[in-house]
Design a protein around this ligand. Sequence first.
Ligand code: WAQ
Ligand code: MG
Length: 248
Amino acid sequence: MYSVRMRAAQGGRHEEGGRHISGAERVVPEERVEETTSAMLKRAFSHTRGQADFVNIIVEKIENSAIKQVPLLTVSTAKAYRVEEGLCVAEKALVAAGVSLTGAKEGIHLLQSLPDSMRGAMLLCAITGRRLDNTGEKGIRVSRMDIEKEEVFMGKLVEQGIDNMHVREALVLASKVAAGPGIVAELCWSDDPEYTTGYVACPQGYLRIPHCKPLGNGIGGRIFFINPNTDLLALKEYLQHQSVLVKI
Ligand code: WAQ
Ligand code: MG
């Protein structure tokens, strides 16, 4: 199998202060590497966040024996009709997953007050709400994951009426993250100005939450809430480097 990863920026490379535009992560067999890279390039050049002028695509072979399998999270959808309701549902879901009320409020506040979207996620202590990674506005990027049987997966999403790219990618990412060492819960909403549904995920499931941000808002983000005694190095290694196929 091959890990195929893309990151695109505007105003130069990410390392040189370019603004992150888009990214993508797949794990595919050799015969699908070409179509995957060209789809990623197309995507980098057509993101609603802006025109990319730097695109980095990495293709890397991974041994089958190095791939870990994790279960697909079960999906449910909450009811919310306004942003205040959506965020209230998110707060309750985080607390139900084991995040303290302080931690949940802090996480929501941090995402809401981002000056621009990050490329990765923040790690927060699930008890104190304190930021535990030191990656600043870059964040930690989860990589090297995909779904095991794409057609079956898509079929399942079609049945549930939620077969869009956002859900597909978010469910795979959230399933990898939820299986990580020390993960309590995840909070996310998209950086796409037209996509306002976010989610709270934890090992018990993936709760879709309509209206996590106002329509037209192009700032999104992700927060991983973790146990205070988590081995941070092991968790970062898992998130960034462990190859994972999500089993359906
Ligand atoms: N690793 C860590 N953080 C990431 C990654 C990654 N691979 N990809 C994106 N992020 C962070 C980054 O800060 C982005 O700005 C933010 O998440 C949002 O990313 O079921 O589309 O790809 O309907 O815009 C939720 C779907 C969609 C809810 C979320 O996120 C549903 C989405 P986006
Ligand atoms: Mg996006």
